[in-house]
Structure formats: structure tokens, C-alpha cells
Design a binder for this molecule. Structure first.
Ligand code: PEP
Length: 266
């Protein structure tokens, strides 16, 4: 499954301002990361961030998208608008949106379609809560989230990413173990192979989020089924976040060396 270069995404949530933008932009413009990196600041900063980083490979994304295209929907922002200000991706169905703003699999399905129409890569967030985890319902929850939001999506010529984020791991300091994420990602992959054809499923990145930091990032990224990371709290410190990106860079470089060695030995 690991034929894609890692994707590391920062989710700033309702945090950050001009200071964090300046610090992040100056940090990231100085690096030449080979891996894919995305930053999702609050809406109001998207245009500025996209402009500052337009000559870099850093992608900019929103934390949400409207399920409507235009009209009398106060407070909403459409996919076309996000694309116009320079976004490359958008997060959809983050557990905080599901819990606080009552989003569900049906609204996620519409939002994914809107993002794809606007040529934004949807990063669809899925994951079980603590009680569901303890009751052994993880796969059941993921099955519903995947099938109800992805069924019927047309991915021809488009990119999509799935972020597995167990809710109990988000902001708790208790990341899931690399082995357990590995096995859950294998399950997610099996399911997306039943929703799309295998060729399409193979192109979908499955990344992990939940208390990722510079201490656990390398172990997580070393797992064959983990295609990248979604980072919340640790992404608010540009130094810390860039160390995580460095680890991903190193991991990708090692994987390339290994693939080349295998090709020579074949
Ligand atoms: C998140 O909310 O997407 C997240 C991964 O948060 P944290 O890294 O702080 O657990």
C-alpha cells in the first residue's frame, strides 16, 4: 500500500493569528520538503497563507466547506471560493464538527461531492469515540462512516484522503499504537476497495491523527499502511511541526532508497 509519498497536515482549528502565520511561513519557506505538507488555518487567513506560500510546495486547506454552492446561507464558504483563494484541500467531518456542529455522514457525503467538484482534495475524518472503542465497535463505526459518505462519489481524475482519527486520541496525549493504527488502516483499505475499484482505492491516502508529536511520528510513519499524519496541537508550534515534517521527509527518502535497492536486486 505504501506507494505514495507521505502527507503531513496541520489542523490549526480555532487557533493562530498573524504571529503564527509569520512564524510558520518563514519556517516553511526556508525548508525544501520533498513530502507533501498541508496547513489548514482558520478561514480568514487562507488567502494570505496561500499567497505567502504560493512559490512553495506547501498546500493550503480549509477546515470545513459548505454543502451549498451559493445563495442565502449566512456564514458559509463554498468550494469554489476556497479554490479561488488558493486552497488545495479541505478537511471534512472532523470529529469536532460532528460533535459540536452536528455534522453527520450524510452532510459529509454532500461536502465531499462539493469539494471534488471544486477540485479540492477532501480529507475525510473518521473515527470512533472512547465508548465505541471500549465496546469493540470501531470497525462498525468506520464501516458506516466510510460507506455512507463515500458511496457514489466520482473520483475520476480527483484526489481523496482519509484521516483515521480515533476521538479518544485527539488532544488527549494518548495516541493510538502504531500497530493498532496499522491494522485499522488495513481494514479501511479493504472497505474502500469495496466502494471503489482497487486502482482507485490504491490512490487514496489513509493518514492517522490523534496526539501525534515529534516523539511518536517516526514510529507511526514507519508502518506500511500509514500514509501520513494529521496534526492538531503540535502543529501550533512551527518548530515542532517542521520536525515532524523532517521525520516524514527522512522516512520517504529511506523508502525510496529501499525501493531502488529492491529494483536493482530483482
Ligand atoms: C485533530 O484534531 O485533528 C488532531 C489530530 O488533534 P491533536 O493532534 O491535537 O490530537
Amino acid at each position: 500500500m505504501k506507494n505514495k509519498s507521505p502527507l503531513v497536515v496541520a489542523n490549526w482549528k480555532l487557533n493562530g493569528g498573524t504571529d503564527l502565520i509569520c512564524a510558520s511561513v518563514s519556517k516553511f519557506l526556508r525548508h525544501n520538503f520533498k513530502v507533501n505538507i498541508g496547513i489548514a488555518p482558520p478561514y480568514v487567513y487562507l488567502g494570505d497563507m496561500a499567497n505567502f506560500l504560493k512559490n512553495s510546495s506547501i498546500m493550503i486547506g480549509s477546515q470545513n466547506i459548505s454543502k451549498f454552492e451559493s445563495g442565502a446561507f449566512t456564514g458559509e464558504t463554498s468550494g469554489q471560493m476556497l479554490k479561488e483563494v488558493g486552497c488545495n484541500f479541505c478537511l471534512i467531518g472532523h470529529s469536532e464538527r460532528r460533535q459540536v456542529f452536528l455534522e453527520n455522514n450524510a452532510s459529509c457525503q454532500t461536502k465531499i461531492a462539493r469539494a471534488l467538484e471544486a477540485n479540492l482534495m477532501p480529507i475525510i475524518c473518521i473515527g470512533e469515540n472512547e465508548q465505541q472503542y471500549e465496546l469493540g465497535l470501531t470497525k462498525h463505526i468506520l464501516y458506516k462512516q466510510l460507506h455512507e459518505s463515500l458511496q457514489g462519489q466520482d473520483l475520476t481524475g480527483k484526489e481523496l484522503c482519509i484521516a483515521y482519527e480515533p476521538i479518544w486520541a485527539i488532544g488527549s496525549g494518548k495516541a493510538a499504537s502504531p500497530e493498532s493504527v496499522q491494522s485499522i488502516h488495513a481494514y479501511i483499505y479493504e472497505e474502500i476497495c469495496t466502494i471503489f475499484d482497487k486502482e482507485t482505492a490504491d490512490k487514496i491516502r489513509i493518514i492517522y491523527g490523534g496526539s501525534v508529536n515529534k516523539k511518536n511520528a517516526a514510529e507511526l510513519l514507519a508502518m506500511p499502511n500509514i500514509d501520513g499524519l494529521l496534526v492538531g496541537g503540535a502543529s501550533l508550534d512551527p518548530e515542532h511541526f517542521s520536525e515532524i515534517c523532517e521525520l516524514a521527509n527522512k522516512q520517504a527518502a529511506n523508502a525510496t532508497v529501499q525501493t531502488n535497492a529492491e529494483a536493482v536486486l530483482a
